[in-house]
Write a protein that binds this ligand. Structure first.
Ligand code: IPM
Ligand code: MN
Length: 353
């Protein structure tokens, strides 16, 4: 039996509720197709911070380095500033392990209502650059806490960094073999250096993919078109910040952020990739047993696919789709009254069926 070692970081808030449930579903899928996931749990996050003054131990990245994958819930706590929680855990993992492609699918499943009145068929992937751009954390404060304080925040765009994520997105559009369309999103009219480089690199790489239809949009127009013509999109590639924002739009037009999965991939496989839902720790509903586990389960499905367990991965997605279409076990975000555990039970029944 093939065994994989997975680092599990449930994190904070609803992360602690959805991760154990998703693991039940993943185990059902893995065992059905004759493989085994071996988990090591790490109790990092806000509670760890309250005890130790940091989000994860000093050697955390070393502990993760040898794993086949990282399965993350959510990070964030109302009593800790977000820039501390995120720069203390999530962002260093993405960067250290060079997880440069953040893949965020948005599918409008049958039985799920989009807030759009006439959405058509939504089945798109946002590929977000995940290691540089507006998230590079280059800059500083001058005259801190004085009236004349200055803050400088620099976006970092490298030719290599843009090229590899753009190329990854072209490959994905080819492999998906759906509309064979790739949309690149920038704001090069206003940000005349980093994103002009992005546009140039996009054009250059596009020449190698004559079978893929391309489109370049400015981010404001892209935001509008996600709402106006979501069905026209196939694969979308964008910088770190724009991909972050657009993937919340793509999530909500596909019905609920509670369904939005994501994969932080190091496609070179030098380092472990990390799988986490798009949603955060949701302190407003944490602890009530009503959070939708499906985003975490679908993120786990993406993990199975990355580990080479394609059949198990496809089964997980089909099981979630079946439960959504049936409509009997749904959490409140989807208009149901089911609990996290009941929804997971239904998904597991569909995996085992
Ligand atoms: C996400 C989140 C994070 C991000 C935050 C929490 C730093 O919004 O994964 O989309 O912006 O990357
Ligand atoms: Mn986000």
């Amino acid at each position: 039996m093939k065994t994989f070692s997975v680092a599990v970081i449930p994190g904070d808030g609803v992360g602690k509720e959805v991760v154990p449930q998703a693991i039940r579903a993943l185990d059902a899928a893995a065992s059905r197709y004759g493989s085994h996931l071996h988990y090591e749990q790490f109790d990092w996050g806000a509670d760890y911070y309250f005890r130790h003054g940091r989000m994860m131990p000093e050697n955390a990245l070393e502990l993760l380095r040898g794993k086949d994958a990282i399965f993350l819930g959510a990070i964030g706590h109302p009593k800790i500033a977000d820039h501390i929680t995120l720069n203390g855990l999530l962002l260093p993992i993405r960067r250290t392990f060079d997880q440069f492609a953040n893949v965020r699918p948005a599918v409008l499943y049958k039985g799920v209502r989009s807030p759009l009145s006439n959405p058509g068929e939504i089945d798109m992937l946002v590929v977000r650059e995940n290691t540089e751009g507006e998230y590079a954390q280059v800059g500083g404060f001058v005259h801190q806490d004085h009236p004349g304080e200055v803050a400088i925040q620099t976006g970092v765009f490298t030719r290599q960094g843009v090229e590899r994520v753009v190329r990854f997105a072209f490959e994905l559009a080819r492999k998906r073999n759906r509309k064979k369309r790739l949309t690149s999103v920038t704001k090069s009219n206003a940000q005349g250096f980093g994103l002009v480089l992005w546009d140039r690199v996009f054009q250059m790489v596009a020449a190698e993919y004559p079978d893929i239809e391309t489109e370049s949009l400015l981010v404001d127009a892209a935001a509008m078109n996600f709402i106006r013509r979501p069905a026209s999109f196939d694969v979308v590639v964008a910088s770190n910040l724009f991909g972050d924002i657009l993937s919340d739009i793509s999530a909500i037009i596909a019905g609920s952020i509670g369904l939005a999965a994501s994969a932080n991939l190091d496609p070179t496989r030098r380092y472990p990739s990390m799988f986490e839902p798009v949603h955060g720790s949701a302190p407003d509903i944490a602890g009530r047993g009503i959070v939708n586990p499906m985003a975490q389960i679908l993120s786990g499905g993406m993990m199975l696919e990355h580990l080479g367990l394609e059949e198990a991965a496809a089964k997980v997605e089909r099981a979630v789709a079946a439960v959504l279409e049936e409509g009997n076990a749904l959490t409140p975000d989807l208009g149901g009254s089911g609990t996290t555990v009941e929804v997971t039970d239904a998904v597991i029944r569909a995996i085992e069926a």
